[in-house]
Design a protein around this ligand. Structure first.
Ligand code: HEM
Length: 404
């Protein structure tokens, strides 16, 4: 598991595992590490919301059995905490990602999308990952956080390295680069806020909002702002890039459905839910740890075990979806019918933003480059060598060159 063949087509492996048993212990590394893999929809949904499964890496990190030196700000983000710490952090962070907050961002997301397409439209060919699916969400989240433009490629590089390098030392280094960068950025904001606090009612950026966020007299410490900002910059673009890339590929391989959404953009909202289900951008959720024995059906996972919840597998469970391997943009099941944004207390904080970005990106792309086609065979496509992330490394496409 988790070799190049797995990255190309994880679903064969997932299907085989699920048909053997939707919950089972498997070897997950060549060094003999084992974990419990959940591949059934019902079991995955239950596990994602199960309080007996902890996300606390500080408490259970020893289960990895190797000495890792991930920066604390990256290792112990909100996503790696349990209630009540998690509840408190999430309440303070959530204020920035409401539907109203995202609605205010839509015109700017449209503008960034237009600018990117304006550059590539006359070319007639592009790698849609490097030239569109990466820069769009990176620009959105970095502008939100106030990360200067010149620093963004480096941040993106470290973030990608975190997920795709096989070298643990390089991964640890990348985590320290991101943590150090965010520490300096956040410190400069505190300095600025102390010198001249923003006048009441005046909008700062997201970092200012997080620094100022209060709930019932509570606020975030400086370390918590650093950790949250790092989480947001990573979570805020990696998966959205995968969603845009996977969705465009799915359409290019299904021209009848590409034509259907191109003619009727109202189909895009349900279509995006199907893209999220069909090729889930986060294939495997962040690892959990059993704090006590946990039974799912007849299978009991003992205490102190590593659990990997395979979102991509759950979203293709034939017990839940008829013909799960088929892309069906008209599939009934609705918006809440998949687990691509997780479930339970850690449900994706940025789901509204992600849906808005995907909607604007796909709608504009299909309208502006209607003859878009794949410039490679499916076998030639290279997928990111990541266990968690399900996304393309490159997506070569062609169209008739045209001014924007
Ligand atoms: C298509 C795009 C996205 C997908 C598929 C996605 C998926 C997910 C999933 C599955 C989780 C839960 C992980 C787990 O339980 O192990 C999660 C959590 C999270 N996501 Fe997203 N995400 C996306 C975009 C975003 C964006 C744009 C942001 C922020 C701007 C964001 C911020 C977060 C945060 C902060 C968490 C942690 C929430 C918590 O611990 O309570 N995500 N995401």
């Amino acid at each position: 598991m988790f070799d190049a063949d797995f990255h190309r087509d994880p679903y064969q492996v997932f299907d085989r595992l699920r048909s053997q048993s939707p919950v089972q212990r498997v070897q997950v590394s060549s060094r003999g590490h084992h974990a419990w893999l959940i591949t059934g929809f019902a079991q995955a949904r239950a596990a994602l919301a199960d309080p007996r499964l902890s996300r606390d890496t500080r408490r259970f990190g020893y289960l990895f059995g190797n000495r890792r030196d991930i920066a604390p700000a990256i290792q112990a983000t909100m996503l790696a905490t349990d209630p009540p710490d998690h509840t408190r952090l999430r309440r303070l962070a959530a204020q920035a990602f409401t539907s109203t907050a995202v609605d205010r961002l839509r015109p700017r997301i449209q503008q960034i999308t237009d600018q990117l397409l304006e550059t590539i439209a006359p070319q007639g060919a592009a790698d849609l990952i490097a030239e569109f699916a990466v820069p769009l969400p990176v620009t959105v989240i970095c502008e939100l956080l106030g990360v200067p433009e010149n620093d963004r490629p480096q941040l993106r590089y470290w973030s990608d390295t975190l997920f795709t390098t096989a070298d643990a030392t390089v991964r640890d280094e990348a985590s320290h680069y991101i943590a150090d960068y965010m520490t300096a950025l956040v410190a400069s904001r505190y300095h600025r806020a102390n010198r001249s606090p923003a006048p009441p009612g005046e909008d700062g950026d997201l970092l200012d909002t997080l620094i100022a966020a209060r709930h019932s007299g509570d606020r975030l410490s400086q370390e918590e702002v650093v950790s949250l900002a790092a989480l947001l910059v990573i979570a805020g673009h990696e998966t959205t890039t995968n969603l845009i890339g996977n969705a465009v590929l799915a359409l290019l391989l299904n021209p009848d459905q590409q034509a259907a959404v191109a003619t009727d953009p109202d189909l895009l909202a349900p279509a995006i839910e199907e893209f999220l289900r069909y090729d889930s951008p986060l294939g495997i959720a962040t690892v959990r740890f059993t704090s006590e024995p946990v039974a799912y059906g007849p299978t009991v996972i003992p205490a102190e075990q590593i659990v990997m919840i395979c979102i991509g597998a759950a979203n293709r469970d034939p017990a839940y979806y008829p013909a799960p391997a088929a892309l069906d943009l008209a599939r009934a099941g609705g918006r809440h019918g998949h687990l691509a944004f997780g479930h339970g207390p850690h449900y994706c904080l940025g789901s509204v933003l992600a849906r808005a970005e995907a909607r604007i990106a796909l709608e504009t792309l299909l309208r502006r480059l209607p003859e878009l086609r794949l410039d490679a065979t499916p076998e030639q496509l290279v997928w990111r060598p990541s266990r968690m992330m399900r996304g393309l490394r490159t997506l070569p496409v062609r169209w008739h060159p045209r001014p924007f």
